[in-house]
Ligand binder design. Structure first.
Ligand SMILES: [Zn+2]
Length: 355
């Protein structure tokens, strides 16, 4: 019923989910670059549409609000059906019932529920179960087939409580400021950066943010996620402020010319020893936009699927799901990452794709 090649495709239909090559019609779960490609028509939330336009230019959107189901008619079925089980022959008369619901990943991030002939398919996109300040909390819906991300799908990736992480972050900031140093956070420009802006702003810290982050924060504010005590980065005006920049800026002149500084990287990969050294950072804190291993397991128990496919991440994750009694397998194109991360792989993940 489902195939995975350059994205996920529901066989017999025009429905693609996070297609990675140009197609006629694709759902886009959120506006990170590994999920956003130019298509003829894009099904997504209004927030993701705006962020997508900001990053990739104009497109034709089919907007759905969270939790507002919509039926797509026979026009979304292709004429030649694959043969095989009933799953592979959706009948056009009933169409496909579609509902988007929050993924908790970043602003506008959505999961999708498709109902075809009574079969409920959920695709999570990138996911986080724990609450944060800048994205709606994720929901879990019961389904028959679950296609889920597995970025942190190994038992060693268990993040501490959020409060504990934030306490460590504020301690890092207080210490740096007390020594007259500029505390600098390396944080992905869409999602992570806004979350740390919000956290620090609410605690009364003043932040100076890189242009890429500033522009995206303005879009967040249009959708009601407001920030306190922040301003656009100005080289000569950093005293007493916390600087927030995307990770790729670490080696730039902008950072090099700051004489007294303490640098921290914010990423789930902080769990791996060596992470901070690879980023040239003094500290690494596991503030992540993704579910950790226990959240992924919790999700599957709540969703109660008969079949699980994993994508985007660790191919060994289904082994752990099978131990819990699930019928689970990775889609073949899952990235071959794991137990031994290379520095290049990790940098690529955090800098450009999956932090
Ligand atoms: Zn993402």
């Amino acid at each position: 019923m489902i195939e995975c090649q350059n994205g996920i495709h529901i066989k017999g239909t025009n429905f693609w989910l996070d297609a990675r090559r140009k197609v006629d019609f694709s759902f886009i779960s959120h506006a990170h670059i590994d999920h956003a490609v130019r298509h003829k028509e894009i099904l997504t939330t209004k927030e993701t549409a705006r962020l997508y336009e900001h990053r990739f230019g104009r497109a034709k959107f089919n907007i759905l609000e969270y939790n507002q189901p919509k039926r797509f008619d026979s026009a979304y079925f292709v004429t030649h059906h694959a043969h095989g089980s009933k799953f592979e022959k959706p009948k056009s008369k009933d169409g496909i019932k579609v509902e988007l619901f929050p993924s908790g990943h970043i602003l506008g991030g959505a999961q999708i529920l498709l109902e075809i002939e009574g079969v409920r398919i959920v695709y999570t996109g990138d996911l986080k179960l724990r609450k944060c300040l800048t994205a709606k909390k994720a929901e879990v819906k019961k389904c028959d087939i679950l296609i889920m991300e597995s970025t942190f799908g190994l038992p060693r990736y268990i993040f501490p409580d959020r409060k504990e992480i934030i306490d460590q972050i504020t301690e890092f900031v207080d210490q740096a400021l007390s020594f007259g140093q500029v505390p600098i956070f390396l944080a992905y420009s869409l999602g992570k950066a806004q979350e740390i802006m919000k956290i620090l702003g609410l605690r009364g810290y003043k932040t100076s943010v890189h242009q890429a982050i500033f522009k995206i924060a303005k879009i967040y504010e249009k959708f009601g996620v407001k920030f306190k005590n922040y301003e656009h980065y100005q080289a000569e005006d950093l005293e007493g402020k916390v600087l927030i920049v995307p990770p790729y800026v670490r080696g730039s002149r902008m950072i090099k010319k700051i004489p007294k500084k303490r640098v921290a990287i914010l990423t789930g990969w902080a769990i791996d020893s060596g992470c901070k050294d690879w980023f040239g950072a003094d500290e690494a804190f596991p503030l992540s936009d993704h579910a950790d291993f226990s959240e992924l397991m919790e999700y599957t128990k709540l969703a109660e699927p008969q079949k699980i496919y994993t994508v985007h991440g660790i191919p060994e994750f289904p082994d752990f799901l099978r131990k819990e009694g699930f019928d689970a397998e990775p889609f073949k194109e899952s990235t071959k990452v794991t137990k031994t991360f290379s520095k290049e792989l990790l940098l690529n993940y955090v800098l450009f794709i999956r932090d």
